[in-house]
Ligand binder design. Structure first.
Ligand code: MG
Ligand code: MG
Length: 587
């Protein structure tokens, strides 16, 4: 029998005042919240009214926090700490919350004495028990003397009070690379609370890392599946609760962030085998990419091979690359992606369970019914079976000779600043794409962060590293489709001949390329003559070139992958961006 676990979110995860946070948590389907004291202090309502508000929203308050710097102190400090604690107990009684989080002390008053810590926590637990309350003791990764969960558990065990247990926080444990297997040795009923947070691995001070860079599970580098499995194996059956301090989530739309948060727990439950949902689809490739407006595809060697039966949409093809051009909508952007999956109905069912926003699309008589969902940046994602949808297009009989383009390699989408991590989790959980490493680079007009997600199809997701200011000469939110070819130099030559507008790369780039690689001089000369960029990794090489901007924010890339190269030529992005800017101004 699978445990049916409740879900909760700490109010500190979300932006807004307390009521914004509570309403957003309830709307996203959470069962409960961890109430942060600061959110209570800033609210005009008394604790009893807040309790009523939560009940009205269908939310329980599962934890009140924090009570800091309590244990292992001299007698006079202990007296003051007990007075603080009693006040919190009063508030908790009115709120109707049973458990308070006590985090390990960082106080200069604290003494390195486990016996004293156990004795004072026992006293605190006795006071709590008198009022039907309980204490969850958490080791902060930066606690002065107690900074590991096994240490916290030793103290709790020594204290030996039924109203005293531990709170396990995945960040504090995994940030220190503590082995989560020892969690299994803690009796489940002594794990009073479980807090989940992911994070990117960053070599930085752990306190700053925790305060600014926590992420929802599945968005960072931690193995939350193994961690949580250990906690469940220990017998814990309390809520899965998110405690994520993140600079971006703190300012993002709380309703949207709450859905992102809940999706992270659904995906985690799925990874643990606790969710009744179809497995992630195994994409087999791009069925199509859809452009809004009419960039010139003829000069890229594409043929207009079909016209949609009922919609103002044309089908342009070259090799296996299929591009739809939709006359309706905001011109010059990528409107939709068609992802080929073996079982679209199962993929759609999974998308629904994982809270992907559905899009209603009308199919004409005899047309293929397509399921579409909205990605975080608004791109429509169609889940398609093979080539069924091709029947919706009336063939034109047109066929151009082509320029050597053979398919779609990847699609690059700039993400809204607030939704970069949400996008990673969306593609990972809904479509089963695996995120690659995050790369950051200095572009001409600011820092850019990007990562690829791949698995049957490749996407790159980019975002400005900091929110843009007023001076922004860059193309806002650029997007591109990268096509594959088998010989980038000859393809670039063919496209130039057919009138395609390709960006020119400065000579300095090739002088440097010759100096930092062992490429033969003729090879570098051929790349230079066609403005083809070059990258390599330990598995192979990547040759790529770009068209000028072909719409408000869309351009094209053509790539040749040699060997097992798995990247996207990110190292060349600043040079390409400067060349694009120059082309837009007119050389
Ligand atoms: Mg915590
Ligand atoms: Mg690219």
């Amino acid at each position: 029998m699978l445990p049916d676990l409740r879900t909760a979110i700490a109010t500190v995860c979300l932006s807004g005042t307390l009521d914004d946070k509570l309403a957003a948590a309830a709307a996203a389907g959470f069962d409960g919240v961890e109430l942060f004291e600061n959110d209570l202090l800033a609210d005009r309502r008394g604790p009893a009214e807040i309790r009523e508000r939560c009940a009205g929203l269908g939310l329980t308050i599962d934890l009140y926090q924090p009570l800091r710097d309590f244990e292992a102190v001299p007698p006079d400090v202990l007296a003051r700490n007990l007075r603080r604690a009693e006040h919190k107990f009063d508030v908790m009684a009115e709120l109707g919350v049973q458990t308070v989080l006590v985090c390990s002390s960082v106080s200069p008053d604290a003494i390195n004495d486990d016996d004293l810590a156990a004795e004072q926590l026992h006293l605190l637990a006795s006071r709590a028990a008198e009022r039907g309350l309980r204490i969850a003791y958490e080791a902060l990764a930066w606690g002065r003397f107690v900074n590991g969960y096994e240490h916290a558990w030793r103290i709790v065990r020594r204290a030996g009070h039924p109203a005293l247990g531990v709170c396990l926080d995945s960040f504090h444990i995994l940030s220190k690379e503590d082995d989560p297997r020892a969690i299994r040795a803690i009796p489940g009923e002594k794990i009073f609370f479980l807090q989940l947070a992911d994070a990117p691995v960053l070599p930085m001070d752990v306190l700053q890392w925790s305060r600014h860079h926590r992420l929802f599970p599945g968005q960072g580098d931690f193995d939350l599946t193994t961690f949580t499995r250990n906690v469940l194996d220990a017998g814990y059956r309390g809520p899965l609760s998110l405690e994520v301090f993140n600079d971006v989530f703190r300012q993002a739309d709380p309703y949207r962030a709450a859905v992102d948060a809940r999706r992270s727990l659904l995906a985690l439950q799925d990874s643990l085998g606790l969710l009744d949902v179809p497995a992630a689809p195994r994409a087999t490739g791009y069925a199509f990419a859809e452009l809004v407006g009419g960039p010139d595809l003829a000069s890229l060697g594409f043929s207009r091979t079909g016209v949609h039966r009922s919609k103002p949409v044309e089908l342009w093809t070259q090799g296996d690359a299929r591009v739809l051009v939709n006359a309706e909508g905001e011109p010059g952007e990528i409107g939709a992606l068609g992802i080929a999956v073996p079982d679209p109905a199962a993929a759609a069912q999974r998308a629904k369970v994982l809270l992907a926003p559905p899009l209603s699309r009308t199919a004409g008589p005899g047309e293929a019914p397509l399921t579409a969902i909205a990605a975080p940046d608004g791109t429509h994602v169609f889940l398609c079976a093979d080539d069924d949808w091709l029947g919706d297009f009336v063939p034109t009989g047109e066929s151009a000779p082509g320029a050597g383009i053979t398919g779609i390699d990847h699609v690059a989408l700039t993400q809204p600043f607030d939704n970069f991590d949400e996008a990673t989790l969306f593609y990972r959980s809904v479509l089963g794409l695996e995120p690659g490493a995050t790369a950051e680079f200095a572009a001409p007009f600011g820092l850019v962060r990007g990562r690829g997600v791949s698995g049957g199809v490749r996407l790159t997701l980019d975002a400005a590293l900091v929110r843009r200011g007023g001076w922004a000469p860059a193309v806002p939110s650029p997007q591109h489709i990268a096509f594959t070819c088998t010989d980038a130099v000859s393809c670039a030559e063919a496209l130039r001949q057919s009138g395609a507008r390709l960006v020119e790369i400065p000579g300095n780039y090739y002088d440097d390329l010759a100096a930092r690689t062992d490429l033969p001089a003729e090879r570098v000369a051929a790349l230079r003559a066609r403005s083809v960029l070059y990258d390599r990794d330990e598995h192979g090489e990547y040759l790529h070139f770009y068209t000028e901007l072909a719409g408000a924010r869309v351009f094209f890339e053509v790539v040749q992958r040699i060997g097992g190269y798995s990247g996207f030529g990110v190292v060349n992005a600043p040079v390409r961006m400067a060349a694009h800017h120059e082309a837009r101004r007119g050389r």
